[in-house]
Ligand binder design. Structure first.
Ligand code: ADP
Ligand code: VHF
Length: 372
């Protein structure tokens, strides 16, 4: 097997907290310099690179003298604010040695959920690539609360891969890749060299973070690969301290776990809808409507809706679930939540008499919907 990284032109590289901060002991300048040197080589090979780096909280904890992760949000946010300075500084210095400029890009979930801000982030990242700048991306931890967090940078890495149509996502971590069980807990765990991104069997193997430094663990990496695959990006999970890991991957050597994207690619607008981690509202569908959406390629009509929750406006992205609460689809609503509550369970021909006007006969048109 040749690594997919060999052919990939635009690559998103994600490095985890434990790697970046040497297991919480402080920024690992040596490791960061090595990645910067390798990224410079990748660029000389004609590849474009965007870096998603964790480590702000872990580094801030170190700088402020915390020996265990604070539990209060404001202290965590203060740590992130302090630590992010260290990250920006060390990447700037390490890349400058290779005559490469860096840019700090801090994103929140709200930035990517809003269509205009999403398109702004996208064009800024494209412009940075055009200028030959390596963007160093992290979540803007200082301003986000738990409810609106990406939560972990594996997810953020996948969303960035989708946002800028990356060919591959490389997740560097403290393990050689995915094992059939957490190798910290199960000595018999076997290494997985290659699999299909999105294969549900992988989710069973992957556990949470083995340390208190990392956030997501392996499960968020597996789900990130599934998410990145929707825009056609392949994922490689590899050990960040493996000698010349990035350049060897780029030369085609198979290192780590390769998760191949095989799902059909979504269009750009559908990609944006699919990448909403949270939505303002939700509608519950009856079995007939689930069937129409899933198997018949139909739009969602008000008659198939049995409940509406949350507050949303016309044009907002909402989630459609089945009666058991499983998400089926996401799409742009033609009606507000209060209008939807009034027209649900009714045939579209009655919308005029109920509301006094008709926007559309569908609650969500098929063209504005993505199945999950
Ligand atoms: N099936 C698995 N294979 C490999 N590692 C696993 C698995 N399940 C859980 N893990 C744990 O996930 C950890 C990596 O996740 P995390 O600590 O969040 O890293 P990072 O900071 O790089 O994001 C590993 O150290 C390991 O203990
Ligand atoms: N934005 C956080 C990232 C937290 C996170 O996802 O960590 P990790 O699981 O190590 O990638 C920080 O910089 O500390």
């Amino acid at each position: 097997m040749n690594s997919v990284i060999q052919k990939a032109k635009r690559i998103i590289i994600k490095v985890g907290s434990s790697l970046v901060t040497n297991d919480g002991k402080g920024l690992d300048a040596g490791a960061i310099e090595k990645w910067a040197t390798q990224i410079a080589e990748l660029r000389a090979m004609g590849k474009e690179v965007v870096l998603v780096s964790s480590g702000a909280v872990a580094e801030g904890m170190q700088r402020l003298g915390f020996d265990k992760r604070p539990t209060s949000i404001d202290e965590l946010q203060a740590c992130a604010a302090v630590g992010q300075m260290g990250l920006a500084q060390i990447y700037e210095t390490s890349f400058r040695a290779h005559n490469i400029r860096t840019a700090q890009v801090l994103l929140t979930h709200a930035d990517l959920a809003d269509r205009e801000r999403y398109l702004n982030a996208r064009s800024t990242l494209f412009t940075l690539l055009r200028f030959g700048v390596v963007a160093i991306i992290n979540e803007n931890d200082t301003v986000v609360t738990d409810e609106i967090k990406f939560g972990d940078n594996d997810t953020l890495g996948a969303l960035v891969a989708n946002l800028i149509e990356g060919d591959a996502l490389i997740i560097l971590t403290d393990q050689k890749g995915l094992y059939t069980a957490d190798p910290r807990k199960d000595p018999n765990a076997e290494f997985v060299h290659e699999a299909k991104a999105g294969d549900p069997a992988l989710e069973v193997m992957a556990g949470d973070a083995g340390t208190s430094i990392g956030r997501g663990g392996m499960i968020t990496k597996i789900l990130a690969a599934k998410r990145a695959a929707t825009s056609g990006a392949h994922t490689v999970i590899a050990w960040g301290r493996e000698d010349a890991v990035l350049t060897r991957l780029a030369s085609g050597e198979a290192i780590g776990t390769q998760l191949n994207a095989q799902t059909a690619q979504l269009t750009a607008r559908k990609q944006w809808m699919a990448d909403h981690l949270k939505t303002a509202g939700k509608v519950v569908l009856d079995a007939g409507a689930v069937q129409k959406l899933r198997n018949e390629g139909k739009s969602l009509l008000p008659i198939g809706v049995t409940a509406v929750s949350g507050e949303f406006g016309r044009g907002d992205v909402i989630t459609c679930t089945d009666g058991d609460g499983h998400a089926i689809a996401r799409g742009i609503s033609n009606y507000t939540s209060s209008e939807a509550r009034r027209i649900m369970r009714h045939p579209s021909a009655e919308i005029q008499s109920i509301l006094g006007f008709v926007e559309e006969s569908e609650l969500i048109h098929r063209d504005n919907m993505v199945l999950l």
